[in-house]
Design a protein around this ligand. Structure first.
Ligand SMILES: [Zn+2]
Length: 519
């Protein structure tokens, strides 16, 4: 019996501009899930990439007067650099314009769909938003404007290849209602079911090569047409696994037939339909297994304004934020403040406040105090394991918080609720700080020195606190991997049996008056 396989993907963004904080949210969520599943024993593959073959890239490159290849490469680099900046454990990256695995996979997918009788040519007239790379019906527009971009879509008349989406309403509905294809949160599942029930229209899956400026993948057997960028891009989830040559990776991670395996796509609400309707229908058409879950996040705004890649607000560049404030602070803000449902507003002030309140003051100060007290009162030696901490005031609450963190994190992440999962870790720090303030180890130490108190009480208190800090080091791993390593190192005795001397786990980001720290 091998461990279950978990395959996790992020969407592959257009590289028409540099990445913004909204995409960092998706990357960090995927990374938490990947790290958590690995820690629990799954075999995990975390896949990311860039969507190079977009018409939008071509237009942006033209506007910048840079050759498309150079422009796309430059921006793709900025996206890939987020892996290090945000401490992501991405296992593999696919770039659709230059990855040798991609084109054969897309072509194979196209042929499989054609063989199922799902592709046909038709004259088409419609309103096309280049920003979305999508045709809109008049009913879907707000006053004639794209609901995502607030721009007037272009009127386009052309002959295209179409995909018979209309054929897949019933099987899609069945996959979703049976739970075989989870769409989370529930509101998004209902939205998809309503969309299916409203009737699925066939959609265009190619463009004239002339309109695409020759950029993209030619339709097999019809070189005057290039494959629609969404059809092309969605295929990345399997082409990266070697679907093109029916490789071992594809059979291991996607078509392994194991009911315990997970295939999880993370995606923003704006691309829900592509991931939860078009892509599963394409897979059904090609005779391939479906993803097991599509997890949809809402959007971030920055200072109350919609974040747009094209607007290029430098304040929300995740690599710059991580360089300035640390990956821990950026990750913590994204995980602690962004709700499972609903948009969240990002500002640097909020990032700093959250990091200083909870990381520097809450977590960092706790670990620092505990290690310092163990040095002061026990020469840095870990106190003997005592049963007595539960009878100290607050001891039982602390023990409960430590014991419940793991199961609570598991339960929250099973529902893809990152904020609830981060709250479960935070509960340990919160309870431990309360415990310190309640039992005041320095008072116990004074009594011990005066011969009026039990050494076992101080041992029990310090032991419980160190145990809580060690649990924090462990459970924080998926959320703040860098800090978790520093905390674990602070709480692990060296060869001499002593803890390392205390050093700050987090630096304070905003200057503020020093608070008195007893102990
Ligand atoms: Zn649009």
């Amino acid at each position: 019996m091998t461990a279950p396989h978990t395959y996790i993907t992020t969407t592959i963004p257009y590289v028409n501009a540099r990445p913004h904080i909204g995409f960092a949210l998706e990357l960090v969520q995927a990374d938490v899930l990947a790290r958590h599943r690995r820690a629990r024993g799954d075999r995990v593959r975390f896949q990311a990439g860039t969507d190079d073959n977009s018409l939008k890239n071509v237009l942006a490159a033209e506007a910048a007067c840079v050759p498309v290849r150079e422009f796309v490469d430059r921006n793709a680099e900025a996206f890939l650099a987020l892996g290090d900046a945000l401490s992501l454990t991405v296992d593999d990256v696919i770039r659709t314009s230059r990855d040798p695995r991609h084109r054969p996979g897309v072509e194979r997918f196209w042929r499989a769909s054609a063989q199922s009788g799902d592709l046909y040519r038709k004259q088409y007239e419609g309103r096309y938003c280049t920003g979305c790379e999508q045709f809109y019906t008049p009913a879907e527009l707000d006053d004639g404007r794209c609901p995502e971009h607030d721009t007037v879509p272009q009127q386009v008349t052309e002959e295209n290849w179409f995909f018979r989406l209309s054929r897949y309403a019933a099987p899609l509905r069945e996959a979703i209602t049976s739970g075989r294809l989870r769409i989370e949160p529930a509101g998004r599942r209902n939205e998809v079911l309503a969309f299916i029930d409203g009737g699925l229209a066939d959609f265009s899956v190619s463009r004239p090569a002339t309109r695409a400026g020759g950029w993209g993948i030619a339709v097999p057997g019809d070189p005057d047409q290039v494959i629609y960028v969404w059809f092309d891009a969605l295929c990345n989830y399997v082409t990266a696994l070697g679907y093109g040559e029916d490789g071992a990776g594809y059979r291991q991670w996607w078509a392994n037939g194991d009911a315990a395996a997970s295939r999880v796509h993370l995606a923003g609400k704006g691309v829900l339909r592509f991931h939860a309707v078009y892509w599963p229908a394409m897979l059904l058409s090609a005779g391939q297994p479906l993803p097991t879950a599509i997890v949809v996040h809402d959007y971030l705004t920055a200072g109350g304004r919609k974040i747009s890649k094209s607007a290029g607000a430098p304040v929300s560049e995740p690599a710059a934020l991580a360089a300035g404030y640390g990956a821990d602070a950026v990750r913590w803000w994204l995980l602690r403040e962004v709700p499972r449902v609903g948009d969240a507003d990002f500002t640097v002030e909020r990032l700093i406040a959250r990091a200083d309140d909870e990381l520097a003051n809450g977590l960092g100060n706790l670990v620092n105090r505990v290690v310092a007290m163990i040095h002061r009162y026990r020469a840095g030696r870990v106190p003997p394991r005592a049963e007595g901490s539960a009878v100290l005031p607050g001891g039982e609450d602390l023990a409960t918080a430590v014991r419940r963190a793991g199961p609570d994190i598991d339960a929250a992440l099973a529902e893809f609720d990152y904020r609830a999962a981060a709250a479960a870790v935070w509960a340990i720090a919160d309870e431990a700080n309360r415990f310190v303030n309640r039992i005041q180890p320095w008072v116990l130490a004074k009594a011990e020195r005066a011969g009026t108190g039990q050494s076992a009480d101080l041992d029990a208190a310090l032991g419980a606190l160190l145990g809580a800090c060690q649990a924090l080091g462990r459970e924080l791993g998926p959320f703040l991997p860098d800090a978790a390593g520093r905390i674990a190192a602070q709480c692990t005795p060296g060869p001499d049996g002593r803890l390392p001397l205390p050093s700050p786990v987090f630096r304070r980001l905003a200057p503020r008056p020093a608070a008195g720290t007893p102990g």
